[in-house]
Write a protein that binds this ligand. Structure first.
Ligand SMILES: Cc1cc2nc3c(=O)[nH]c(=O)nc-3n(C[C@H](O)[C@H](O)[C@H](O)COP(=O)(O)OP(=O)(O)OC[C@H]3O[C@@H](n4cnc5c(N)ncnc54)[C@H](O)[C@@H]3O)c2cc1C
Length: 483
């Protein structure tokens, strides 16, 4: 800490929020040293503000003490974005969890950042509306985290990711000023700073309120399960469906390994002998849905599907989705640990990229299970490993890097939806030129955030940050977490 003592920092924060909403004992801090990936580092203090004014007060106090600020929602992020690598004040937004307004006429919701994604969908449903971005973590993750990571989900293939559903934001800037960006009505004049904030991974400010676009629930929906002998055939079915002019609302791939992990646990109805399955959903008015479903079925058969089933009952549909949404959790029960990767490639490249992913995993001696938003070309290899084995974590990270290289070489990118965070900042140089990166640094500088506001995230370099992965960053790194 540069200014004052840890004791003064804690006292100042307690003065602003009340002692009950400030954690500083080691046994409390340890709960906040990680998100859902494998990086870990301890904050100096964790705060739980309840209002925008309290968030601004925390940022002001951190500024006065010259310590970093790191925003956090539910901590389900998969790139280390909420890990406080240089310590400081971890601002947890989960107390700000009120849905302030759902307006069926304007089709708009106004929410605090700690609202759980599914809670918003449930609040909109009785009005015949929904909030379209639906990460598979939607039972737990917050709208603030979704906005910061520009999260996607199974149903963003047709509806677009979070950035397409955010109309306006209230944000506490790194200098503690409160600003409003965007507007409730479309086409706000001026520079689109709302768009800049979405996907900025908590590096440009803390979202304290969001005005979101709701969409109408469609009157008819059809859920199909197409069974294939191989991931290659299933991948070709994705391209073939879209080539034939239908964009389903969801096209989710499950490979053989994940089916064999999920099915015995969830009983979703996936055949255990399938080489791969596609969970496909079309929606609209009933007549259109029937026509689209016929096109999807024909495309799947043309690509080699051995069977295409249609869920007849709502309960069957729910079961099929339950299997998909619980898949990542099921891997947790099947292996001591797993490393969930996130890359994106043009969807026509999926067959060859998936073949390379499996070959690299086999060569490295790891089981790899795949479940992903195939319609977006967004792949998620899950590398299963035992961290107790010598060098296992290092070898898994090396494999992850090799897989990211394959995605980039195929014309893709290093993240499809989980963000860059801490995990992939050193890969940014693979996809951006020095001039591109300088432009992004300049934006951060303009927000006054480079060294103090969620430091060592997204962009390579930065004061006190290691050039590559976080091995050398700071004493806040928990021993054994990463190397
Ligand atoms: C099982 C599982 C399934 C998942 N499925 C998906 C999926 O389908 N699609 C997908 O996109 N992601 C998925 N994720 C990743 C993750 O759930 C999302 O990135 C989610 O948006 C993170 O929300 P959170 O509240 O947990 O944020 P956190 O992990 O707490 O934080 C994520 C980032 O947001 C920043 N942040 C948090 N709140 C704010 C705020 N109010 N203002 C500014 N910055 C903030 C943090 O600093 C950090 O950089 C999955 C994760 C898990 C564990």
């Amino acid at each position: 800490m540069a200014t004052g003592s840890p004791g003064t920092l804690v006292r100042d924060l307690q003065g602003a929020l009340g002692a009950a909403h400030v954690l500083h004992l080691p046994e409390d801090l340890i709960v906040y040293e990680y998100d859902a990936t494998i990086e870990r580092a301890l904050p100096d203090v964790v705060v739980f503000p309840a209002t925008t004014a309290e968030v601004a007060a925390c940022v002001r106090i951190a500024l006065d003490h010259d310590v970093p600020v790191v925003p956090r929602g539910s901590g389900t992020g998969l790139s280390g974005g909420a890990v406080p690598v240089r310590g400081g004040v971890l601002v947890v937004l989960t107390r700000m969890n009120r849905i302030l307004e759902v307006d069926a006429t304007d089709r708009v919701a106004v929410v605090q950042p700690g609202v759980i994604n599914l809670a918003l969908q449930e609040a909109a449903a009785p009005l015949g509306l929904t909030y379209a971005p639906d990460p598979s973590s939607q039972r737990v993750c917050t709208i603030g985290g979704n906005i910061a990571n520009n999260s996607g989900g199974p149903h963003t293939l047709a509806h677009g990711s979070t950035v397409n559903h955010v109309l306006a934001l209230e944000v506490v800037l790194p200098d503690a000023r409160v600003v409003r960006l965007g507007s409730r009505v479309p086409d706000a004049p001026g520079v689109d700073l709302r768009g800049l904030l979405v996907g900025s991974e908590g590096t440009l400010g803390i979202v304290t309120e969001a005005t979101l676009r709701l969409v109408r629930q469609q009157p008819a929906v059809r859920t199909l399960l197409a069974i294939f002998e191989s991931v290659e055939d299933a991948s070709n079915a994705v391209s073939e469906t879209i080539r034939r002019g239908v964009i389903p609302v969801a096209m989710e791939m499950l490979d053989q390994e994940i089916i064999r992990i999920v099915e015995p646990r969830i009983r979703a109805g996936y055949p255990m002998d399938a080489g791969a399955a596609l969970l496909i959903e079309v929606e609209g008015v009933a007549e259109g849905v029937a026509l689209d479903a016929a096109v999807v079925e024909a495309a799947c058969h043309a690509a080699g599907a051995r069977e295409v089933r249609s869920a007849e009952e709502a309960s069957e549909r729910e079961r099929l989705w339950e299997g998909r949404k619980a898949a990542i959790g099921a891997i947790g029960a099947a292996a001591p640990a797993f490393y969930l990767l996130d890359g994106v490639v043009p969807r026509t490249k999926l067959p060859e990229v998936m073949a390379q992913v499996m070959e690299l995993s086999r060569a490295a001696g790891f089981r790899c299970a795949n479940v992903f938003h195939a319609g977006d070309g967004n792949l998620h290899p899950n590398i299963m490993f035992d961290p107790a084995e010598p060098r296992a974590t290092e070898r898994v990270l090396e494999l992850g890097e090799a897989i990211m290289r394959v995605c980039v070489d195929a014309g893709g990118a290093i993240t499809g939806e989980h963000g860059v965070g801490l995990e992939k900042r050193s890969y940014m140089e693979w996809v951006f030129t020095p001039a591109d990166l300088a432009a992004q640094h300049a934006v951060r500088d303009a927000f006054g955030s480079t060294d103090r506001f969620n430091p060592c995230k997204v962009l390579p370099g930065g004061h006190g940050c290691a050039s590559g992965h976080m091995k050398e960053i700071s004493p806040h790194l928990v021993e054994g977490a990463y190397v």
